[in-house]
Design a protein around this ligand. Structure first.
Ligand code: FAD
Length: 470
């Protein structure tokens, strides 16, 4: 009997629910396990930054598999064809194990897979693995959904936490069935055509890097997380998001690591755990409202008429709005494929409130750029910032980009790092370079930096009026 583990966005050995159960089943049922990844042509036409990071992570995982004597089969093609190919290669295929996705496009793929298994007499075991609590687990007493985070978080906190799974390293090897590649062409295509289009040399990738980062964060920064997390220049946050997204790190391990620090770390660990719950919250919302990628969750705002202005959208994307903290954030995103949370809030607020452009345009831009792109968190974050989501910032609270800069990058060192034109501007003017007079402007060589492209005070009034009308 063959038990197949279908890896998707869970490229790790430690505490991987589907992998653990497949090996245990093979062990107790006199079977063998194999591993595969399905490469769908829809993901290979254009390689965005997050695809680049994803495929590199997959490559790293393949190497880790080889080190353990395992071949991760890559099967290329449409889902049903790929599953048929799997079945042909392993006629005694008894069951497929995977960690499920309950939100977004991946959910439709899971549904399709489910019906294929049913039609073809293959058993299916799927698990909640990528989150601490799945979309069905935290509900009100009457069974309805929480749409506001604070009561959700209280209930989330009361819920018993899932166990972690310790991998049986001997069984991993001894119950594994070694076979030659089942799709030579697909693997060749991945190696030759896909990886050659992944142009970035990521420094931190895969399970090893993730475990190291978790440990160093917990040892040195977690205790100070509450005080430091809002300041982009300090490495105050964990930067674990790309690892959680690619599933090289177990969220349960992250949670438990934080819990063990609660006694000594206090508020830092407490605040950090709350952020993990935000991740679950947005996943739950997205799973129950699959249309939220395109539709405002607050119904009355679905009729909102956003402005269209290609030029402004372009200035925002390039970090040329004339507001230093906004531009620094956008340039950090363009350069690293990651942006600090405070700046995600500031730049999203700027696009939707100061430029009054459609939040969907921003959501799509982040999708193409973020290596931690996660549809649920991104949609949640954008709808929050645009004040159109279930638990959004009230529309009359509009972020002032200059004040945000002064509060969260007081000496402007983060701005100077990313906005080269402002590198020589003195502290006094770093948040409002337009206030410099002629000579100083020339001396600092900041002429090439744009003047503010909108009047924030005026735009604030306009956008509030627009929301009020609805
Ligand atoms: P930490 O502060 O160290 O937090 C630890 C973990 O908690 C993060 O890795 C993340 O998994 C989770 N987390 C933290 N804050 C949030 C939050 N507000 N919502 C959901 N989960 C959270 N996060 C993504 O992972 N992918 C996205 O595509 C994404 N898009 C966003 C778009 C906007 C407009 C906004 C405002 C936020 C977005 N976030 C997104 C949430 C948050 O900005 C990132 O998770 C965080 O910046 C990642 O950095 P970190 O790992 O250092 O976070």
């Amino acid at each position: 009997k063959t038990y197949a583990v279908w890896f998707r966005s869970d490229f790790r050995f430690e505490d991987n629910t589907a992998l653990y159960h497949a090996i245990e089943t093979a062990k107790h049922d006199d079977g063998k396990w194999i591993a595969f990844f399905h490469l769908d042509p829809i993901f290979t036409s254009s390689i965005d930054l997050h695809h680049d990071y994803f495929f590199r992570t997959l490559e790293d995982f393949r190497k880790r598999c080889v080190e353990r004597g395992i071949h991760l089969h890559i099967i290329y093609g449409k889902l049903e064809e790929a599953l048929h190919q799997l079945r042909q290669a392993f006629p005694d295929l008894k069951a497929v194990f995977y960690n499920r996705d309950e939100a977004g496009d991946a959910h439709s793929r899971d549904k399709q897979a489910e019906s294929w298994m049913e039609d073809n007499g293959v058993e299916l075991f799927s698990y909640e693995d990528a989150h601490i609590h799945g979309p069905q687990e935290v509900k009100k007493k009457d069974g309805t959904l929480y749409k506001v985070f604070t009561p959700y978080f209280r209930a989330w906190g009361r819920q018993e936490k899932p166990t972690s799974y310790k991998l049986d390293k001997d069984a991993l090897r001894s119950y594994y069935q070694m076979t030659d590649s089942i799709d030579h062409e697909g693997e060749n295509y991945f190696e030759k055509s896909i990886l050659s289009r992944c142009l970035h040399d990521w420094q931190a990738i895969g399970e090893g890097a993730a475990l190291e980062r978790l440990e160093s964060f917990a040892d040195t920064r977690l205790n100070y997380y509450k005080e430091n997390r809002d300041f982009p220049k300090t490495a105050g946050t964990s930067r674990l998001s790309p690892f959680l997204k690619t599933g090289v790190l177990s969220p349960r391990l992250v949670y438990r690591t934080a819990v063990t620090r609660l006694e000594t770390g206090g508020a830092g660990a407490e605040t950090f755990i709350q952020e993990l719950a935000w991740r679950d919250f947005y996943y739950m919302i997205h799973a129950h409202f699959p249309e939220s990628k395109n539709k405002e969750l607050t119904e009355k705002y679905q009729s909102m008429e956003w402005e269209t202005n290609e030029e402004r959208l372009d200035m925002w994307k390039k970090g040329k709005t004339g507001f230093p903290i906004v531009d620094a954030g956008m340039r950090q995103l363009n350069e690293l494929g990651w942006m600090h949370n405070r700046l995600r809030m500031v730049t999203a607020s700027f696009l939707t409130k100061d430029y009054m452009l459609d939040w969907r345009l921003g959501e799509r831009y982040f999708q193409g750029k973020l290596i931690d792109y996660d549809a649920s968190s991104n949609i949640g974050g954008w709808q929050w910032a645009a004040s159109v989501g279930t638990d959004a910032v009230p529309y009359f609270r509009v972020f002032n980009p200059t004040t945000q800069g002064k509060r969260f990058d007081p000496d402007g060192s983060f701005i100077r790092k990313y906005v080269a034109e402002l590198a020589k501007v003195p502290d006094q003017f770093i948040h409002e370079p337009a206030k410099m007079t002629g000579d100083l402007k020339e001396e600092t060589k900041s002429e090439s930096y744009p003047e503010p492209t909108v009047d924030h005070g005026l735009q604030r009034k306009k956008v509030i009026a627009k929301f009020k009308m609805i």
